[in-house]
Design a binder for this molecule. Sequence first.
Ligand code: SF4
Length: 448
Amino acid sequence: MKKSVLEERKASISDSCGKGGGICCEKESVSGAVSQRACVYCGARVVLNPITDAYHIVHGPIGCASYTWDIRGSLTSGAETYRNSFSTDLRETDIVFGGEKKLAAAIDELMEKALPAPKLIFVFATCIVGVTGDDVDAVCGAAEAKHGIRVIPVKAPGFSGTKTRGYKLACDAIMALVGPHAGSPKRFGVNILGDYNLAGEMWIIRNYLEEIGIPVISTVTGDSSCEALTRAPQATLNIVQCAGSSAYLAERMEAEFGIPYIKVSFFGVEDTTASLLRVADALGRPDISANARAFAERRAATVMPVMEKYRPRLEGKRAAIFVGGGFKAISLIRQFNELGMETVVVGTQTGKKDEYETIAALVGGGAVVLDDANPAELERFMLEKRADILVGGVKERPLAYKLGMAFCDHNHERKHPLAGFEGIENFVKEIHTSINSPVWKYVKGDAA
Ligand code: SF4
């Protein structure tokens, strides 16, 4: 490994086949390494923001409140409250004298003026509050007593850990909301955990399940509402799409509500088909398993011609991946394999040891596997491995474009679904359009 990688980062990067599973992960970012990973508060907000009728107060400086619906396009079939962001806008005097009164006043103001009337408020305490020590629990508790609604604190100073800690705090907040409904009678059906309905993806998966004969009780948190979330304890099975953010919630729901869970992925033909069959089998109903098998075969047959059409233009191309969780990275590697492409760089923000082991087993010899990468590392390895395309999110897009490289947005901001069979078609077309765009030869100056 060359000198441009910080000494402290070397344990988190593997550049030879078979060693990727052994990389250092699930650790705090190296100070000064300029991690691509989001902060604790962002991790919590990612999970809670899609609850459509919730109000979000960011107790901190105004900058933290820039995280809004606009940077995470979860769709709604109901309320649009979640598209707003509120902040206590802490200033120097609040930092010196404390911001508790300002927070209480912000909650009171929302209760007085906001329409529709708040039923649920999340209060996110960000970095500066972690330093000053405002008693956010006490303010939220007093507000609950005063207004008779749920006011749930999410103490998520950005510096207090990794994005994974933010996920955990959000899951705890959800449990604080649904826990009082633990005794609800059970009924046949599943909860969808860890799907945030980006570009309507949760609707696609819910429609599949319902067509197969599997009722969906609650969705956590894509297109959910305060009332719908409280039905979650009734389900017989939890299916977990984004394991990085929601496996902990599934574990708590198994321990406290007796709901078993399975991890699923609806990206790519192989994973979508396998996930539908696994969900059906887990419910123990042969008729539903037969429905799932027939449905998956029928839908897979509709996307195979699309894949065959584009495969000759994509075969042999080289992909780099940098996404939030390991489970998504694994599905993407499988999708590139289905297209005859090679994954040459793969990294995640919050991958776990077992996920990196699977990644190492899937990628070819010489692929670079890295946890919690920074821009310099990604640029260097994409160039060294001669990647043709980077799949990532908003923070990775400029890295690819600066290198004159194709890019595919597989993160929060995209406006078209990439999950399910519909998503496979969109994904293949986007990869083809981006990689084979004539623009790259002009950017690189090798046009005739
Ligand atoms: S790192 Fe701290 S200041 Fe920055 S967005 Fe996160 S919580 Fe706010």
